[in-house]
Design a binder for this molecule. Structure first.
Ligand code: FES
Length: 262
């Protein structure tokens, strides 16, 4: 039996939960994890700070197939369009996580796997996390900001450790799936896989199990199956998804604050 690697600080979900990537096809989701739209919500700096749960996704046919080519007319569900359109389904990401770049100060070790970045921008507000870690001494408020930034990165690009005890500050998740929406940049984002759900390649091998993973659903990542932020560049949109006016207003104000830094 294949040995399934689990990233340090993560726990594997029960085996009934897994996502099987289909060759030239969708993500098949097993174990019935809850699937909800989730919005990236900015704070007063304009950068992402929290998530807002949106509508439940319950209209995909069984077995649940989530679109991977980006061209379904019934997103986030697969409607078979992948069979009729041109797209590149090849998985190019390494099955194991690559050794992260490490940034340290006296309080924290930041493990940074850049190739997983989904451009969610939780690392940027209140002084970005890398600049904060360059400070000789952090105030209690700054330490809390660093922890918040590290724990809210959806893709798991950032994993923060206590420099003294080695404790890894991973958020606690039950197995679940978020369909990310980015109202500030007016784009739809990746599939956020939470709680150690195993992702299996079309060839049957498992990717290292991680507590938080973002899977490409626009069809254009160069690091498939993982999102690499290209959905922003191509303005990928799940046109069915409705964002209420209050969130639109907050998002528009946030965009004005960050647009020159994007
Ligand atoms: S969803 Fe992010 S690159 Fe495709």
């Amino acid at each position: 039996m294949e040995h399934k690697k689990v990233q340090e600080g993560s726990h594997a979900a029960p085996e009934t939960y897994y996502i099987a990537i289909q060759k030239n096809g969708p993500y098949l989701v097993y174990g019935k994890p809850p699937i909800n739209h989730e919005l990236l919500i900015p704070d007063e700096t304009g950068w992402s700070w929290s998530y807002q749960q949106g509508e439940k996704v319950e209209d995909c046919e069984s077995p649940i197939a989530l679109c991977r080519c980006g061209q379904s007319k019934h997103k986030p569900c697969c409607d078979g369009t992948h069979e009729d359109v041109e797209w590149d389904a090849a998985e190019t990401a390494a099955k194991d996580t690559i050794a992260p770049q490490q940034f340290t100060n006296q309080d924290f070790i930041l493990n940074d796997n850049k190739e997983y970045c989904a451009t969610a921008r939780f690392c940027d507000g209140h002084g970005d996390i890398w600049h904060l870690l360059q400070k000789k001494e952090l105030t209690e408020g700054e330490k809390n900001t660093v922890k918040h930034q590290g724990k809210h990165c959806p893709s798991g690009r950032l994993r923060l450790q206590n420099a003294t005890t080695g404790e890894i500050y991973e958020p606690k998740f039950d197995p679940g799936i978020g369909i990310l929406e980015d109202p500030v940049l007016k784009v739809s984002g990746p599939i956020w896989v939470k709680g150690g759900i195993r992702v299996q390649s079309a060839g049957g091998e498992s990717y290292t199990i991680r507590n938080r993973v973002t899977l490409c659903r626009c069809g254009h990542s160069s690091n498939k199956p993982f999102c690499d932020g290209t959905h922003v560049t191509i303005c990928f949109k799940d046109s069915k998804f409705h964002i209420d006016d209050k969130v639109k207003d907050v998002a528009a104000q946030a965009y004005e604050k960050i647009k020159d830094d994007m």
